[in-house]
Design a protein around this ligand. Structure first.
Ligand SMILES: [Zn+2]
Ligand SMILES: [Zn+2]
Length: 376
């Protein structure tokens, strides 16, 4: 195991090694996207990529990965990270590097969103990893904390299956509720300013999500799926990705129904999707911001961390993703000033059966997560 005894602070080659591996892996993924764009990229994104700039960025990523790998080799006794980073860079270069041709016929058929995963990984890690280093709640928690591989797998699978999750979100409303569409209501909603529509989507989505989330906690069969999300014992930006695919499909599918019926315009819905993905990541993050007197206004890490508290009496609190006022309204608000949970996860829960595939199958297995122990 590389570097367990060696220090990880600046100047020891750990940071350069980790960055080299990350950038090298991103480089290999990006080259694969160029080689197989019809199956590994999103059609919506293909049309808007500024390809010369993407190539320049890819070139920069590969050069940086190589240089950082060399730096890590020089600074660090254990060479695994540096060699892996350099190996990935060379692999990407052998496959064509930043000059790789765009291969194949584009189709609108089934695809995997590898490009969507890479973009999400770049944006969210570049935003949250430095913030969590600068303003951590738990200063002792390392970037590569226990179970990071499990949560990165969730992050990867959710992004790569973006076509499937989009269909599962949109189709149920369209198939089962088209009879309830009212043209008058929809034309009134679309006549509203985009800002008002955005706030409307946010309110409607969180209101629906609140009750779906509560149902996931109170109905034992649903809790089997949602327990996976609560099994995380380390909270950071990556922990929020730990969601069972059934949890994602049901929550998003139902939350979209009122948005579909009200007929909001595409732009405010798209803005909301960007907003919710940032806020859902933020509320899980290891960030100490409490928002002072505004803490009741919007969900914060402290607010949602209580929802993940290992104390079973506090798990059924703070269901909202955006608006704590919903929890106040429905009697589930819990936010003691300046106090944070000391541990996370489901008591008698599922962290022991870690790993993506085990957790994917777990809800279907006979023995269920021991919620009774957790509740009493
Ligand atoms: Zn929950
Ligand atoms: Zn959560």
């Amino acid at each position: 195991m590389s570097g367990i005894e060696q220090p990880k602070n600046f100047g020891n080659g750990w940071i350069s090694g980790a960055l080299s591996v990350t950038l090298g892996a991103i480089g290999v993924g990006a080259v694969l996207c160029f080689h197989f764009p019809w199956i590994l990229t999103m059609p919506e994104l293909r049309e808007v990529y500024p390809v010369p700039y993407v190539r320049a960025l890819l070139h920069l990523i590969l050069v940086s990965s190589f240089v950082l790998g060399v730096v890590s080799l020089i600074l660090r006794q254990t060479k695994a990270a540096g060699l892996t980073g350099i190996g990935l860079t060379l692999l990407a270069a052998l496959m064509g590097g930043s000059q790789v041709p765009i291969d194949g016929e584009m189709t609108d058929g089934p695809f995997l969103g590898l490009d969507w995963f890479l973009l999400n990984l770049i944006v969210f890690s570049a935003l949250f990893v430095p913030l969590e280093q600068l303003f951590p709640k738990r200063t002792e928690q390392p970037i590569l904390r226990p179970s990071w591989r499990t949560d990165l797998t969730y992050f990867f699978v959710s992004a790569v299956l973006v076509q499937l999750t989009t269909i599962l979100t949109l189709k149920p409303a369209m198939i089962f509720f088209s009879w309830a569409v009212n043209a008058q209501i929809q034309s009134w909603v679309t006549s509203l300013p985009y800002v008002v529509q955005f706030l409307g989507v946010l309110l409607v989505a969180d209101l629906t999500q609140y009750w779906v989330h509560r149902a996931f906690h109170s109905v034992p069969f649903l809790w089997r799926f949602h327990a996976v999300h609560h099994s995380a014992e380390s909270m950071d930006w990556l922990a929020g990705a730990r969601l069972h695919i059934v949890d994602i499909a049901v929550t998003r599918g139902i939350s979209y129904i009122p948005i579909y019926l009200l007929g909001f315009a595409e732009a405010p819905i798209f803005a909301y999707i960007v907003f919710v993905s940032v806020q859902a990541t933020f509320i899980h993050s290891n960030l100490r911001f409490e928002f002072g007197p505004f803490r009741w206004l919007t969900a914060t890490p402290q607010f949602h961390h209580w929802h993940h508290c290992a104390d079973p009496t506090l798990v059924d609190k703070n269901f909202a993703v955006h608006l704590p006022v919903l929890d106040r309204l429905f009697g589930t608000y819990y936010l003691p000033k300046g106090v944070w949970p000391t541990s996370y996860g489901v008591i008698g829960g599922t962290e022991s059966s870690n790993g993506y595939l085990r957790q994917l199958l777990q809800p279907f297995l006979p023995e269920k997560p021991d919620r009774s122990t957790a509740k009493e």
